[in-house]
Design a protein around this ligand. Structure first.
Ligand code: FES
Ligand code: FES
Length: 159
């Protein structure tokens, strides 16, 4: 029998019906049609399903849907303001860190969670966060460069 929960998605409170065996990733993609969050390995390895829940980056493929009840979730769809990309999206794009792009939403959300919580995160902290993500295309250096650029851009916007 379907369950029902209320949660906040990208700043908007929503009530959703879901099956008890669903993971948060399934609710986002199949119920809410938020397909920016990608379905990769399905076993907590690749990081492409990462979203931010109550300020913390989590893997939605291993988070039971019921755990999201009452929480506030930010997905990659929640970052841009209209046509204006979030600084992390701009930086990742400008540093050449996107090739096939499949891993990108998860990486962007990982950095969003980290830099919202700690705008002064060190390079090591950013590298550790990025180590939770697999990317088969870019060789990681452009992603690390993008993370550093994003941090600078965010600091500039907060001055
Ligand atoms: S799909 Fe969740 S970590 Fe790969
Ligand atoms: S850009 Fe292709 S997997 Fe990362």
């Amino acid at each position: 029998m379907a369950e029902r929960m209320t949660l906040t998605i990208n700043g908007k409170e929503q009530t959703v019906d879901y099956e008890p065996e669903m993971m948060l990733l399934d609710v986002l993609r199949e119920v809410l049609n938020l397909t920016g969050t990608k379905h990769g390995c399905d076993n907590s390895t690749c990081g492409t399903c990462t979203v931010v829940m109550d300020g913390k980056a989590i893997k939605s493929c291993n988070t039971p849907a019921a755990k999201a009840a009452g929480t506030s979730i930010v997905t990659v769809e929640g970052l841009a303001k209209g046509m204006d990309l979030h600084p992390i999206q701009k930086a990742i794009s400008e540093s050449g860190a996107v090739q096939c792009g499949f891993c990108t939403p998860g990486i962007v959300m990982e950095l969003y969670g980290l830099l919202e919580a700690n705008p002064d995160a060190s390079e090591v902290e950013m590298t550790n966060a990025l180590n939770k993500h697999l990317c088969r295309c870019t060789g990681y250096e452009p992603i690390r460069d993008g993370a550093m650029i994003a941090q600078k851009m965010i600091k500039e916007t907060r001055k």
